[in-house]
Design a protein around this ligand. Structure first.
Ligand SMILES: [Zn+2]
Length: 310
């Protein structure tokens, strides 16, 4: 039964809505519990489209006794509002921290939604510069690709930075997190989060699983960082793209094989004097990677441009 009071409130809200249209009501984003107090939303293996609202990356929520941290903000404010609704359906503890793993749009476009509810923004020491360089370009592209979902997206200041070689800790109340900034790999501002209580590594896009990796930093750099990552004593990993949880360090295997074979093939071609267009005409690599039609040629091009200067 709905009371007269509820109906009256709806009437009042309705009159406010006439004056200033509200965004459509948030639908809690589906979250999967992969460890106690650790929830992950699975990104879809698609290109950016209005139907997915930029929701192609995995997003994580960590609940402590006192506070909540969110790892990556989603691909649009619309998706972020739904992630916020999913958190609020589970806890009313304050969302004190938003940790951004790097500057790509599927990870940062929803950041303003969490800043507006009081989260401090964490990132690699180079993240702010990366966002300064690219955010406007990304937002224009997302307006074209996503439509209304991107409305209100804003670049956020990085209030807490993590420098390479100087890990930092956040405690959510009985839940310490270690944040590590990495040398150039997937991008030049990759950050990982290690949830020490559950031995879970949140790898951001330093790990792609099933969806083909994309090089926007350095191919040899990424391989070197993967060697370091493999030493982290995690039980499981949350990849930036792929399943919500995978065994560690075994989950590194397919990406390592792909990147090593790519580096070897490109170095062979450069030594043999083959041109980039000739290399791009070679058959695609083995393995059942998703979205390889677009990503593999991009990776060959990035690798060729980097490795021809070796
Ligand atoms: Zn990325």
């Amino acid at each position: 039964m709905r009371s007269a009071g509820v109906r009256r409130r709806e009437v009042l809200l309705g009159s406010v809505a006439l004056a200033a249209p509200r965004p459509s009501a948030a639908e809690p984003l589906p979250l999967v519990a992969i460890a106690p107090g650790l929830f992950v939303h699975a990104g879809v293996h698609e290109d950016f489209a209005p139907s997915n609202r930029g929701g192609i990356a995995n997003l994580a929520v960590l609940l402590g006794e006192e506070a909540v941290a969110v790892v990556d903000a989603g691909g649009s404010p619309a998706q972020a509002r739904d992630l916020l609704a999913a958190i609020r359906a589970r806890t009313d503890r304050p969302i004190r921290h938003l940790i951004l793993t790097h500057h790509h749009p599927d990870h940062v476009m929803g950041a303003g939604v969490f800043r507006a509810v009081g989260a401090r923004i964490w990132g690699h020491a180079r993240l702010e510069a990366a966002l300064r360089d690219r955010f406007a370009v990304y937002r224009a592209a997302m307006e074209r690709l996503l439509g209304p979902a991107i409305a209100g997206a804003e670049a956020v200041p990085i209030e807490e930075t993590v420098a390479i070689g100087k890990p930092r800790r956040i405690d959510l109340g009985g839940r310490p997190l270690e944040l590590v900034a990495w040398p150039t790999a997937h991008t030049d501002c990759d950050l990982t989060v290690f949830d020490l209580g559950t031995d879970t590594l949140l790898a951001g896009d330093l790990l792609f699983s099933r969806r083909m990796p994309v090089i926007d930093g350095s191919l040899p750099g990424w391989l070197a960082v993967m060697d370091e990552l493999a030493r982290i004593p995690a039980a499981r990993v949350v990849p930036g793209h792929g399943p919500v949880s995978a065994p560690w360090p075994e989950a590194l295997g397919p990406q390592r094989r792909y990147l090593e074979e790519l580096a070897a093939a490109v170095r062979r071609a450069i030594r043999a004097g083959r041109s980039l267009p000739a290399l791009l005409a070679d058959p695609p690599p083995a393995g059942d990677w998703l979205l390889s039609e677009d990503n593999h040629p991009r990776n060959i091009t990035a690798a060729y441009k980097e490795l021809e200067w070796e």
